[in-house]
Design a protein around this ligand. Structure first.
Ligand SMILES: Cc1cc2nc3c(=O)[nH]c(=O)nc-3n(C[C@H](O)[C@H](O)[C@H](O)COP(=O)(O)O)c2cc1C
Length: 329
């Protein structure tokens, strides 16, 4: 599969943009573990054009992350145009527009999934970004529709294709569903069968295992599969899904030692990227999943949560033994 000139191989696996999760350290780890392309979390166009340090920091990436996309959102065309120019100056591989965020405070400003209620607005906004991006490919991530009465994703895809958007990711839920109920993959299949549709479609929603990644490819015919929550604390999902897609065999789960070491590595990268204080704080979102199912893992996590510096957390992680933990605690 290609997005414009970006070669992504056969049946590529995407790391989803996730606020406060898909930061540079996590993206680096996921690329090493087989994600074929990664994105920033959504970044406010208003914050970007205000030169907010936080927004600009969110755009920062390492070369090893490529192919890499910057995702932006906003409800004003001028801000989206300005933000696209700033994003371009950071030299990502592509710029992605968020037309899917369901959160009320975003939607009420006309951003995120608000455009699903007004396709004219979506067309103008996407057109503005495509024009401002020039040679840079622009992609879009959205949902099926605003609610069950407005599922017009085939029409949306053709409109975006016409104005020059190079790929479309669809989280197979409506805005009204938020994260409730199952993702409705049947609409991805329908979308892929839309006459005249040529841009690649990336399917997203509820892929949490290698088997489900294969099932989404097989059942819907999507060109790529994007994984979000299933990768948190489990970056192995990408290499395991790749192996399963190629051989039909499941690799064994990572050992406890492998999990602790990768978690420690992500913490080191996190501190290098965000500085000690925030680097330690932001990792708190990841420990629960890295330690899921580990005997005494909750106790370890509780001890880690008390710490404000990296070294004591590394010590706790790297010296942890499931069976001995009661003794050390
Ligand atoms: C914590 C969290 C943060 C998210 N932030 C974003 C975001 O910044 N941009 C975006 O397009 N989607 C965001 N999403 C949605 C995910 O990219 C994805 O569409 C959704 O989680 C469904 O995929 P999954 O079932 O594989 O998790 C977020 C989801 C989660 C759980």
């Amino acid at each position: 599969m290609y997005i414009d000139q970006i070669q992504l191989g056969n049946r590529p696996l995407f790391l989803a943009p996730m606020e406060d999760v898909s930061d540079s350290p996590f993206r680096q780890i996921c690329r090493r573990k087989g994600a074929d392309i990664v994105y920033t979390e959504f970044i406010s166009s208003e914050a970007i054009i205000r030169d907010s340090d936080i927004a600009l920091h969110k755009m920062h990436f390492e070369e090893a992350e490529r192919p890499f996309g910057i995702q932006i959102f906003g409800g004003r065309e001028e801000a989206m145009e300005g933000a696209t120019k700033v994003a371009k100056a950071n030299n990502p591989d592509l710029i992605d527009i968020n037309f899917g965020c369901p959160v009320y405070k975003i939607v009420k400003k006309g951003a995120g999934s608000a455009c699903l209620k007004d396709l004219g607005m979506m067309e103008r906004m996407a057109g503005t970004v495509v024009d401002a991006a020039g040679d840079y490919p622009v992609t879009v991530k959205t949902r099926l529709g605003w609610d069950d009465h407005t599922i017009r994703i085939g029409e949306v895809a053709l409109m975006l294709q016409r104005i020059g958007v190079k790929a479309l990711t669809v989280h197979a839920r409506t805005r009204s569903q938020k994260y409730k109920g199952d993702a409705r993959w049947e609409y991805l299949k329908k979308l892929k069968n839309t006459p005249g549709l040529e841009i690649p479609i990336i399917g997203n929603g509820d892929v949490t295992t290698p088997e489900l990644a294969k099932k989404m490819f097989d059942e819907t015919g999507v060109d790529g599969v994007m994984i979000g929550r299933g990768a948190i604390g489990n970056p192995w999902i990408f290499e395991h899904a790749r192996h399963y897609l190629e051989t039909g065999e499941l690799l064994p789960n990572p050992t406890l030692r492998e999990r602790l070491e990768l978690c420690a590595e992500q913490l080191r990268l996190s501190v290098a990227h965000h500085g000690e204080r925030y680097g330690v704080i932001i990792m708190k979102k990841h420990y629960g999943q890295y330690l899921k199912g580990v005997r005494n893992g909750k106790k370890l996590r509780a001890a880690i949560m008390e710490e404000k510096e990296m070294e004591p957390v590394l010590e706790l992680l790297l010296n942890f033994r499931e069976e001995e933990y009661f003794a050390v605690a």
